[in-house]
Write a protein that binds this ligand. Structure first.
Ligand code: GLN
Length: 264
């Protein structure tokens, strides 16, 4: 297949309301890594003004973090036709990364520090609860090993070693998983709730995580996995991605592992 013909649409969920924590970095990284492979990329902003039908065009979803108040506004907009299409797409295997506030909304519910419980879409079998403003926020660098299947095996084949993610988390809410696989096992940091060593969740090809906007720049193999999955689904064939020079990302990762005292 001629790479010039390849095209991907990134559906960025609520960029004005849900990009409080730098999650735009993930969108830029994904876009750039696709474009370096001569894949044409369209970034589609999906906000309150967008129609539900636009969700059908999306090949990769990106959803970022937000504050409790914005999450409530987003949820009001998502309910109805939009949630149905989003659910259909995720069930069908559309890949995506949903960060922090986004997975809280895709679970059964999120209980904010103040105010009413926000009912979620129930796409991920998880619940989230903010223990109150007096409780310590979970802030800092986080390191976790990807354990979700088949993601972990696919990444290991790609990398030739166990996939270890380095990220940055900043959340008050704590997430508790039901019958859904965690994305990974925490080596350093808080993860979902600071207690059970789980981090994020993985369902179909949807990645839920508390790791913010440096997730893809710091762990470019996740960006490549998303691109690969999206191309496979869209063109129904395996498209080999040209390798990129990731020396700087590798050095940045090593520096962080060293700083955090993690041997990888
Ligand atoms: N409002 C949520 C919390 O504090 C989400 C925060 C975020 O997206 N970083 O848990």
């Amino acid at each position: 297949m001629n790479p010039e013909q390849l095209q991907l649409t990134i559906g960025w969920l609520y960029p004005t309301l849900m990009s409080t924590y730098g999650d735009r970095g993930n969108v830029i990284c994904l876009q750039q890594r696709a474009q370096w492979r001569k894949i044409e990329v369209q970034v589609l902003s999906l906000d309150q003004e967008s129609s539900a039908e636009q969700l059908h065009q999306v090949d990769i979803f990106m959803g970022g973090g937000a504050q409790d108040r914005q999450q409530e506004i987003v949820m009001r907009d998502l309910k109805g036709t939009k949630s149905g299409i989003l659910q259909e797409k995720i069930e069908a295997g559309t890949p995506g990364v949903f960060t922090c506030g986004a997975p809280q909304l895709l679970g059964h519910y999120y209980e904010p520090a103040l105010g009413q419980r926000i009912e979620g879409l129930g796409l991920f079998d998880l619940t989230s609860k903010h223990p109150g403003y007096d409780a310590r926020r979970c802030i800092g660098n986080v390191v976790f090993e990807v354990t979700a299947s088949p993601l972990a095996q696919e990444l290991e084949t790609m990398l030739g070693s166990k996939p270890v993610i380095i990220g940055f988390e900043n959340h008050g809410g704590r997430t508790y998983l039901g019958n859904v696989q965690p994305l990974g096992h925490v080596v350093k940091g808080y993860g979902n709730n600071g207690q059970d060593s789980t981090e994020g969740a993985f369902y179909r090809n949807a990645i839920a995580t508390y790791s913010h906007g440096p997730l893809l720049p710091k762990n470019p193999f996740i960006a490549d996995w998303l691109i690969q999955k999206a191309l496979n689904r869209k063109y129904q064939t395996t498209v080999a991605l040209e390798p990129l020079d990731d020396t700087l990302a590798t050095q940045a990762r090593q520096a962080m592992f060293k700083r955090l005292g993690v041997r990888c």
